[in-house]
Ligand binder design. Structure first.
Ligand SMILES: Cc1cc2nc3c(=O)[nH]c(=O)nc-3n(C[C@H](O)[C@H](O)[C@H](O)COP(=O)(O)OP(=O)(O)OC[C@H]3O[C@@H](n4cnc5c(N)ncnc54)[C@H](O)[C@@H]3O)c2cc1C
Length: 332
């Protein structure tokens, strides 16, 4: 066994310290990680990584060399399938692929550069609404009434592409289209026949074409301050009066409600004790909507607290197909 003198021990300790320092400095001197590779969503909008617009075309061109495409074209991000790890694209029809590319390009060009700014301000970018109209996606799977009649797959792809760039933007469209519009339109499978029973024919003709053009914006009010997960216990009431209904109650968290033109409101019929739905216009006397401030998530989505104080809804704006809470499940 070697016994070190106190002087040698000090020297050995200094040497060890230096080695540790060197090890530490070499670790800290490594180049910083490129966060955009590991977590694209966390990067500033200005460097939002574009998806592989040209991927399918390049794949065909490259043939067997596709697997080595990245090495063949170093630095060509466009070749990397940043959001198609399972080559899902190959399963789509040419129409679905084209729609996917159209929505992807729109989202990357029009939304990605502005989303951080609007997120910071917690405001909705109203100026992009006319551009969304041009995409022809509002109304999703609804057939007729000026709606696009997309396949369920196409509708899902569109939603995924919008959400890939901005979840708030997809929430806006989902609330308007897949909740508001579908509740007015929805199909109910009865035996072998499919009948549209959400809204009346007159309601569909009146609201859906304008909603498909995003000229009329919709929202969907089910959740209440005391009832979210347990929405079937909701307390907003609808009382029958001559020529219509009087709605009283509150709704919470309702997306788009601060600027929606039509609000689908679920309320308990005081006669039957069942849940019904009503189309409430934004300027109805007794209706008050307050924006929920200081959210930490989905900040571009405008969520509102709704107060309904003796709001009159004419008979023609009661949705005839919603006659119990079970009917809310048929919206799909
Ligand atoms: C951004 C955003 C947008 C929204 N948009 C709309 C909209 O457009 N229209 C609309 O009607 N609503 C909307 N909502 C409301 C949403 O539907 C409700 O927030 C949701 O249903 C949950 O209800 P809650 O917030 O009252 O939470 P709660 O029901 O109070 O739940 C709180 C927590 O308790 C848990 N929990 C609840 N019950 C049970 C149980 N029995 N057992 C175990 N755990 C339980 C839940 O999982 C949750 O984690 C929106 C909410 C958000 C945040």
């Amino acid at each position: 066994m070697t016994v070190l003198s106190s002087q040698n021990r000090e020297l050995a300790s200094l040497k060890a310290d230096k080695q540790n320092k060197d090890a530490k400095s070499s670790y800290f001197n490594l180049p910083s990680l490129d966060v955009s590779d590991a977590f694209p969503q966390a990067t500033p909008a200005s460097v939002f990584p574009p998806c592989s617009h040209q991927l399918s075309k390049k794949r065909k061109l490259l043939g067997n060399k596709y697997k080595n495409a990245y090495q063949a074209y170093p630095g060509t991000r466009a070749l990397m399938p940043t959001s198609d790890y399972y080559h899902f694209d190959d399963l789509l029809t040419p129409e679905e692929q084209a729609l996917r590319m159209k929505v992807r390009e729109f989202m990357e060009k029009e939304i990605a550069p502005i989303m951080a700014k609007y997120w910071e301000k917690a405001e909705f970018p109203f100026h992009v609404v006319p551009k969304l109209v041009a995409l022809g996606i509002a109304g999703g799977t609804i057939k007729g009434y000026g709606c696009p009649g997309l396949s369920i797959t196409a509708n899902a792809i569109v939603t995924a592409e919008v959400a890939r760039v901005d979840a708030s933007c997809s929430t806006f469209i989902l609330v308007h289209s897949s909740l508001g519009m579908l509740t007015i339109w929805f199909l109910y499978l009865l035996g072998l026949s499919t009948i549209a029973i959400g809204g009346s024919e007159a309601q569909k003709c009146k609201y859906l074409p304008s909603m498909a053009q995003l000229k009329t914006i919709g929202c969907w009010g089910l959740t209440e301050p005391g009832y979210g997960s347990d929405a079937s216990s909701l307390e907003t009431i609808a009382t029958k009066v001559a020529g219509g209904w009087i709605l009283d109650g509150q709704k919470r968290w309702i997306g788009n409600s601060t600027f929606a033109d039509v609000l689908i409101i679920f309320a308990r019929n005081t006669t039957t004790n069942q849940i019904n739905a009503f189309i409430v216009k934004k300027d109805a006397p007794g209706l008050q909507v307050t924006k929920i401030e200081n959210k930490i998530g989905l900040r571009i989505v405008q969520n509102g607290d709704i107060l309904l104080k003796k709001v009159f809804v004419p008979d023609e704006d009661k949705l005839p197909g919603i006659n119990s809470f079970k009917d809310t499940n048929k919206v799909r």
